[in-house]
Design a protein around this ligand. Structure first.
Ligand SMILES: Cc1cc2nc3c(=O)[nH]c(=O)nc-3n(C[C@H](O)[C@H](O)[C@H](O)COP(=O)(O)OP(=O)(O)OC[C@H]3O[C@@H](n4cnc5c(N)ncnc54)[C@H](O)[C@@H]3O)c2cc1C
Length: 500
C-alpha cells in the first residue's frame, strides 16, 4: 500500500508526487489517459517528423518556479531552448513590438513607438527584479503568503500603497500611466489577454507586467524535442525516487471512511493509500463526480455550481513547407507571436467573449519553432500552431479559417505553405484531457473573484478539502493555471504536514 495516491499525471500531479517521494513517501500516480503529462505532451499527430505540442508549449513559469527549479529536471534529460527573441507582436501597419531577453533590445523596440517608453519599461522591469524572488515564492505558498508577503513589504516598504494599487490596475490604465506609445500597450495587453484578462479587468495590469517581466528575465523557453520532454523528465525523476505512474487507470471514485480519504476505485482496480490522496483533477470533477454527494457539504456543492470556467479554446496545429513568411522581420525571430491590431481590438474581443459571441477578429497566441529547435521538424520546414478563445458552449463555426486569414494578412504566402492541419475544438481538448473542461485552459477563470482565497471557490482556498487526507492539486486550486507546479507543491507540503 503506497503512502499516497495521486490521481492524475499532469504537471501538478507529477510535481506533488516528486515532492512526496523526496520526503520518503511511497507514491502511486494513477493516470486516466494512455500517456502521462496532462496538458504537457507532444507527438507527431499532424504528420510524421513534425513534433507538435498538443496543448501547452512555452514555460516561463516553469523555468522561473522555485519548485520546478529545485527538482533539477535538467539532470533527468530536460533541455531548455530559446529563440533569438522571446515574443513578437506584429500588426498590419508593419510595425512590430518585440520582447527580448536583452533589455536594450526590448527598450529600443518600445522607444521606436514613443521616445521614453524604453526607459519606462526599464523602470517597471526593475520593480519586478526587486520583488521577483519573494513574488515567485508567494505563488508557491497557500494564500495568504505570510513570509513571502513580509519580504515583499520589507523590500518595498515606502512604495507599498503604490505597489498595491499597481497590482490591481487594469492593463489599459497601467499602459496609459506608464507609456505613451502603442507598442508597449500592445505588448502588455497581449500578455494580459494571454492570461485571460481583458484590457479593462482588475489585476490585468499585474498579469501583463508579470508575464512580460518573466519573458524579459527568463524568456519563454520550450523543451528541446517537444513539451513531452518536460513530462518525461518529471516521470523519470519520480521513478528514480521510487514512485510509480500507472496509465489507463482512470479513477472514478474516492473512497472515504470516517470522513477520511482512504483510497480510490479506478479502471486498474481498487487501491488504498496509507496517508493521503492528492487529486490532480478539476474541482468540478472532484466534488461532483469523484466524491459521493454525502461527503460534500451543501455549501461546497452550492459554490461549485457557481464556479466560472475560463473561455473555451480552439487550437490549430499546422505542418508547413517553410517558416511563416512574416512581413515584419522580427516576427521571424520569435517563437511566440501575439496577433491583435491594438488594445482597442482586444477590448472588443473581450466584450464579444463576455456577450457569448465568437470574436470577429480573434486574438491569436501563435507558436513556431524552426528558429529555436531544429529537432521538431525536417530541415527547411516549420511546425506551428495558434490558439484563440471563444465563449463556453458556442460553436466555433469558421473560426479556424479566420485564424488562418489573420496570419495570412501579416504573412502573405502563409496559407500556401500549409501541408496539413489539425484543429483541436473545445470538445476534442476535453476528450483528450478531462481537466480541460469545456476546452478551458486554466481549471477556472483567473479573474479576481476566483483567485487567491476564492480559488476554486470561497471557503476552500487551500489544498485541504472537506474530506481529511484529500487534497486538491490541480490548476483549479491556488495559484491556478500554467506549468509552475504551484498547486502540486502546496498540496504535497500540506499532506506532509498532516501525516495520518
Ligand atoms: C492548449 C493549451 C495551451 C496552454 N499553453 C500553456 C503554456 O504555453 N504555458 C503554460 O505554462 N501553460 C499553458 N497551458 C496551461 C497548462 O497546460 C495547465 O495549466 C497545466 O497543464 C495544468 O496542470 P495540471 O497538472 O493541474 O492539470 P493537467 O495538465 O490538465 O493534467 C491533469 C491530468 O489528470 C488526469 N486526470 C483527470 N481526471 C482523472 C481521473 N479521474 N483519474 C485519473 N486521471 C485523471 C488527466 O488525464 C490529466 O493527465 C495551456 C493549456 C492548454 C490546454
Amino acid at each position: 500500500m503506497p503512502d499516497a495516491i495521486v490521481i492524475g499525471a499532469g504537471p501538478n500531479g507529477l510535481v506533488a508526487a516528486n515532492l512526496l517521494a523526496d520526503a520518503g513517501w511511497s507514491v502511486e500516480v494513477l493516470e486516466a489517459e494512455a500517456r502521462p503529462g496532462g496538458a504537457v505532451k507532444s507527438s507527431e499527430h499532424v504528420e510524421p517528423e513534425f513534433v507538435h505540442d498538443e496543448f501547452s508549449s512555452f514555460y516561463p513559469l516553469a523555468i522561473a518556479s522555485p519548485v520546478v527549479r529545485a527538482l533539477e529536471l535538467e539532470r533527468y534529460g530536460l533541455r531548455w531552448r530559446h529563440g533569438p527573441l522571446v515574443l513578437a507582436h506584429p500588426t498590419e501597419d508593419e510595425t512590430c513590438t518585440v520582447l527580448s531577453r536583452n533589455l536594450d533590445e526590448t527598450a529600443a523596440s518600445l522607444d521606436s513607438f514613443a521616445a521614453g517608453d524604453g526607459d519606462a519599461w526599464r523602470t517597471l522591469f526593475a520593480r519586478y527584479r526587486r520583488i521577483e524572488e519573494p513574488l515567485l515564492q508567494a505563488l508557491m505558498t497557500p494564500f495568504p503568503p505570510v513570509r513571502a508577503g513580509l519580504r515583499i513589504a520589507f523590500r518595498m516598504w515606502n512604495e507599498l500603497p503604490e505597489l498595491a494599487r499597481f497590482a490591481l490596475l487594469p492593463v489599459r490604465r497601467l499602459a496609459d500611466e506608464h507609456f505613451r506609445g502603442v507598442g508597449a500597450a500592445r505588448l502588455l495587453a497581449g500578455n494580459a489577454l494571454h492570461a485571460d484578462f481583458a484590457p479593462e479587468s482588475t489585476l490585468g495590469g499585474f498579469f501583463g507586467w508579470f508575464l512580460s517581466s518573466l519573458g524579459q528575465g527568463v524568456g519563454y523557453p520550450f523543451p528541446e524535442g517537444g513539451a513531452g520532454k518536460l513530462t518525461e523528465s518529471l516521470v523519470r525523476r519520480l521513478e528514480a525516487k521510487g514512485g510509480r505512474v500507472t496509465c489507463d487507470a482512470r479513477v472514478h471514485e474516492i473512497v472515504v471512511r470516517n470522513r477520511r480519504a482512504v483510497g480510490v476505485r479506478s479502471k486498474a482496480g481498487d487501491a488504498t493509500a496509507r496517508r493521503a490522496v492528492l487529486a490532480n483533477v478539476h474541482a468540478v470533477a472532484l466534488y461532483l463526480d469523484l466524491l459521493a454527494r454525502k461527503h460534500v457539504p451543501a455549501r461546497v456543492l452550492d459554490a461549485i455550481g457557481k464556479l466560472e470556467l475560463d473561455p473555451a479554446t480552439l487550437k490549430v496545429d499546422w505542418t508547413l513547407d517553410g517558416p511563416i513568411p512574416w512581413t515584419a522581420p522580427d516576427a521571424r525571430r520569435a517563437p511566440v507571436i501575439h496577433v491583435a491590431e491594438s488594445i482597442d481590438e482586444l477590448t472588443v474581443t473581450a466584450s464579444e467573449l463576455a456577450r457569448r459571441l465568437v470574436p470577429s477578429n480573434p486574438f491569436l497566441v501563435l507558436g513556431q519553432y524552426s528558429m529555436g529547435d531544429p529537432s521538431r521538424q525536417p530541415e527547411g520546414k516549420e511546425t506551428a500552431w495558434a490558439y484563440t478563445h471563444l465563449p463556453q458552449g458556442v460553436e466555433p463555426g469558421d473560426l479556424a479559417e479566420r485564424m488562418e486569414a489573420r496570419v495570412e494578412a501579416l504573412a502573405p504566402g502563409f496559407r500556401a505553405l500549409i501541408r496539413k492541419r489539425h484543429a483541436w475544438t473545445p470538445e476534442l481538448l476535453e476528450r483528450a484531457n478531462e481537466n480541460l473542461l469545456g476546452g478551458a485552459l486554466n481549471g477556472g477563470t483567473a479573474q479576481l473573484h476566483q483567485q487567491l482565497i476564492f480559488r476554486p471557490v470561497p471557503g476552500l482556498g487551500r489544498a485541504e478539502t472537506p474530506v481529511r487526507g484529500l487534497y486538491l492539486c490541480s490548476s483549479s486550486a491556488h495559484p491556478g493555471g500554467g506549468v509552475h507546479g504551484g498547486p502540486g507543491a502546496i498540496a504535497a507540503r500540506t499532506a506532509l504536514r498532516n501525516p495520518r
